[in-house]
Design a protein around this ligand. Structure first.
Ligand code: NIG
Ligand code: FE
Length: 411
């Protein structure tokens, strides 16, 4: 199957030999090709070039992209897309003055979602997730990470991961899965956190590994959740099963989790709304990707990750949605890219790099995703007619996506 895109006003993120990630000032560059064509062959980007040397050969269909931009699909490296129901009531409670932490302390928050999920069948959970995944794909996401962490029992954690694996089987989008048993201490283990950690290490991790349900392991390293010592315990146990860490750190407090992530060779450290100079130093020279989640800051009215300072310190940065029912009920990467420009002072080039190539890195997918490169997956966004790529984050809230191609399939 060959699809030819012609008269592309600008082809964005064109890289012959893409690096695995972009850091510091490299993020300012967004290589583009004007008046271009691109050939999709089966699930791959086969070829591209300028219209003055057009592609000549038989194709199955042609898409005229006059006035339009084409870019690689978004790579959303941090989501909790599999969850049951919603937390709309807590949203209203926060409007009426309660804080996110107060809601969690009364047994709401993650425990509320866990209760809902434990009482939802695997098939029903799958159907709810399908609706979200379809919406996310149509909004231009071509690769996504999905975490467990709303199960908090062995059975329910496995159920979440099986649902994520079934999504991966039934949809063309690339899905990576992460085991986040250490998302909160369940009610039954209140005052006995060590016993829950023991359950994670001795029962959940072996089962997740033997059923091959996860690529990564995550811990919510935060005051009131899991300490640095707890995190180390879980990460070192997970290492025995070759589960690479991608961890929640520094959302509300900087307690040293960033350095721990680096020590355990985490692929990414995510959130970072509260970031110290020591944390930045810990990241320098490491292979760990800092990931910002501005939709969470927006929704909870908490500080934004200092993305400008992170990039100015020579570090890379990725952007993700954190799609979940409690702190970021959106899976829309277009909004995230806008918010990063508006609230974190990233330039459009930096934000697009953070949401494509660096997002791919944070899922171990930079060899196959995140740039317009021959041989990479044909995961493409075709915009509606827009004046420039800066217009995408600038005109936040508008939908400028006309067509999405995922693994070579037009959605
Ligand atoms: O990434 N911070 C921890 N976990 C999720 C939110 C959990 C929830 O409120 O359901 C997050 O923000
Ligand atoms: Fe999260």
């Amino acid at each position: 199957m060959k699809i030819l895109l012609v008269n592309i006003d600008q082809l964005l993120q064109v890289r012959e030999k893409p690096p695995s990630k972009l850091k510091g000032s490299e993020m300012k560059e967004l290589p583009t090709l004007s008046n271009a064509w691109l050939l999709v062959e089966d699930d791959r980007i086969a070829h591209f070039g300028a219209m003055d040397t057009p592609f000549e050969g038989a194709v199955d269909s042609t898409i005229d992209c006059t006035g339009r931009l084409v870019l690689p699909s978004w790579c959303d490296s941090h989501t909790h897309l599999v969850f049951a129901g919603n937390r709309e009531q807590e949203f209203v409670d926060r409007i009426n003055g309660m804080t996110y932490q107060e809601i969690a302390a009364r047994g709401g928050g993650i425990l509320n979602s866990a209760n809902k999920l434990q009482n939802t069948s695997e098939d029903e959970l799958f159907l709810q997730a399908v609706i979200r995944l379809r919406e996310v794909m149509l909004s231009g996401t071509g690769a996504i990470e999905i975490k467990s962490g709303y199960g908090l029992t062995t059975e329910a954690e496995l159920k979440m991961l099986r649902v994520a694996k079934r999504l991966a089987k039934e949809f063309p989008i690339e899905i990576k899965t992460t085991f986040l048993g250490a998302h909160a201490v369940p009610q039954e283990f209140k005052g006995n956190k060590d016993a829950y950690i023991e359950l994670i290490c001795k029962e959940m991790l072996p089962k997740v590994a033997s059923e091959k349900l996860a690529d990564y392991v995550d811990v919510f390293c935060e005051e009131g959740y899991f300490s640095v010592a707890d995190t180390e315990k879980i990460l070192s146990e997970a290492k025995k099963y070759n589960l690479i860490p991608k961890i929640h750190v520094n959302q509300f407090n900087a307690i040293g989790g960033v350095a721990t992530g680096v020590k355990y060779e985490a692929l990414s450290v995510d959130h970072l709304e509260v970031l110290s100079d020591e944390d930045i130093k810990a990241l320098q020279g490491s292979d760990t990707m800092p990931v910002a989640l501005p939709a969470c800051s927006y929704f909870l009215s908490i500080p934004y990750t200092p993305g400008r300072a992170i990039i100015d310190a020579g570090l890379p940065l990725a952007l993700a949605t954190d799609f979940n029912p409690g702190s970021s009920p959106t899976g829309n990467m277009n909004f995230v890219v806008s918010a990063a420009c508006i609230k974190m002072r990233l330039t459009p080039e930096e934000a697009i790099n953070a949401a494509t190539l660096n997002g791919a890195y944070a899922m171990g997918l930079s060899d196959s995703h995140g740039s317009i490169t021959r041989g990479k997956k044909a995961n493409l966004i075709i915009t509606s007619p827009v004046p420039s790529y800066g217009f995408l984050p600038y005109s936040f809230g508008s939908n400028h996506i006309e067509t999405v191609i995922c693994n070579g399939k037009i959605l």
